[in-house]
Write a protein that binds this ligand. Sequence first.
Ligand code: NAD
Ligand code: WQD
Length: 342
Amino acid sequence: MSKILVTGGIGYIGSHTVVELYNAGYTPIIVDNLSNSNIKILDQIEKIIGVKPEFHQFDLCDIQQTASFIAANPDITGIIHFAASKAVGESVADPLKYYHNNFFSLINLLNAYREKEINFVFSSSCTVYGEPDILPVTESAPVKKATSPYGNTKQIAEEILEEIAGAYGNYNIIALRYFNPVGAHQSALIGELPNGVPQNLLPFITQTAIGKREKLTVFGNDYDTPDGSCIRDYIHVVDLAKAHVAAIKLLERGNPNGKYDVFNVGTGNGYSVLEAIKAFEKASGQPLKYEFGPKRDGDIIQVWGDVNKSSTELGWKAELGIDEMMASAWAWEKYIHENPLD
Ligand code: NAD
Ligand code: WQD
């Protein structure tokens, strides 16, 4: 079956996608520089699928290494490009790191396919919508000025990909706009491995529940929402991984929408922070210690996706609900607490 390059495949979403590609009969091949992941995840993937995927460790910002790798692997028919820096706060403090890493890796990959047909799936983000005027937000909603260098790299990357697709004819591209990925594989052998203090809600919740953090601070309780806390479209990372398999399949069939397309990847349901906490307490069977604190700069008040296009044209729909998201996140936290990878 087709060999699919998974850049960033040792990372959170990439590792789950490697599993789902294998399950769908594809041969995943991973490139990752391990700048934000642990090589032991490769062993964990092997425990799940029974084979160790081919892995190459190098920085995709290195022109020579990227070009040589692609030339040495002519049987790669598709690329799923996860490799990027993704911490919003860090991007504000160190924008050059983000512009360098996220653009050089993308351009090097694209340049290596000047002469060859390639199916290309890009990791984008609902962050491109900013605070949508209309909810649920559709793919045709206006892209708003990014509120962080990280978000800007996703917006500009989408523009680059649309132009490339139109200019050359050998790039078949889909950008997937993820909402909020959470949870872990049902085996609890892979999951999110945040570096240091988690910036995202779910790992902070699970680390508080396991006793690694004293308490969760809910950033704001007087937003203009039913319970005063922000609303997000949380999506199970396994559903998200399956959306990438669906995108590769669509590109292999030939996308009737043309050489560049965009899909929202969410559940279409919004949950507030307080509702997420309640769902976690139900799934874990224990109360969560939290308190209210000041609003976090740059936070969107509410965003959730219209996922009809993904259902009708991508042929993908989320299947797992908030209970499975929370239960899997908790199972992974307990596993990694008892079996630290490093
Ligand atoms: P992650 O940090 O867990 O995975 C990214 C992987 O890419 C890491 O293993 C890292 O070592 C690798 N990498 C980074 N730069 C590289 C380079 N130059 N060369 C080779 N490898 C490199 O992040 P994730 O949460 O799995 O996100 C994957 C993608 O999805 C990113 O592009 C991110 O922007 C996007 N995304 C993530 C979220 C989210 O909430 N996690 C939401 C929307 C979009
Ligand atoms: C969710 C909600 C917080 C932590 C970010 C990036 C986005 C994408 C996904 C990469 C918000 C609240 C959080 C905490 C809290 N990443 N919260 N206390 O901000 O929606 O999206 O991750 O592409 O680009 O912006 O996710 O998990 O940080 O926050 O109250 O300790 O939880 O205010 O309302 P966010 P998040």
